[in-house]
Design a protein around this ligand. Structure first.
Ligand SMILES: [Zn+2]
Length: 157
């Protein structure tokens, strides 16, 4: 089976919350795609409950696109400790961390339920499992710890 970089990361050595570049890949026509690890909580210590994680997912989909060029997708890890962010082109982890921080600040302070996209049975695969309350509380918790642009040392932006 193909060896996957994410599973070679020593999850006991990282210091969340952080942004980490996983890979930059160049396609046959020269286009570059970047994949980032947006680690919001410490692996094997914490995990964001599904309702809050799901609402953060729906919100980051719009908020990150407003703050960063070339966003393709931002999807939660199955372990519920963070998200993959995939973008066209190259961005520094500092730039991504700033966009993430600003997005979480918006969730914590500005977003109301009417602002959350995709919360009915037509636009979401599990619309009953959302919690804006949880999304806000976890965003505040993550922001209180600060977001590092390095995974193994705390270098808070
Ligand atoms: Zn959904």
């Amino acid at each position: 089976m193909a060896k996957v970089e994410s599973f070679t990361l020593d999850h006991t050595k990282v210091k969340a919350p952080y942004v980490r570049l996983i890979t930059e890949e160049t396609g046959k026509k020269g286009d570059v795609i970047s994949n980032y690890d947006l680690r919001l909580v410490q692996p094997n210590t914490n995990a964001i409950p599904t309702g809050g994680l799901h609402t953060i997912e729906h919100l980051l989909a719009g908020l990150l696109r407003d703050r960063l060029d070339g966003v393709i997708d931002c999807s939660p890890f199955g372990c519920r400790t963070g998200f993959h962010l995939i973008t066209w082109g190259e961005h520094s982890t500092t730039e991504v961390a700033k966009a993430l921080k600003s997005s979480l600040e918006a969730i914590a302070n500005d977003i109301e339920w009417k602002d959350v996209q995709g919360t009915d049975k037509y636009s979401c695969g599990n619309y009953r499992d959302h919690s804006l309350f949880s999304a806000k509380e976890w965003s505040k918790e993550i922001l209180s710890q600060g977001i590092s642009d390095k995974p193994f040392e705390r270098h808070v932006i």
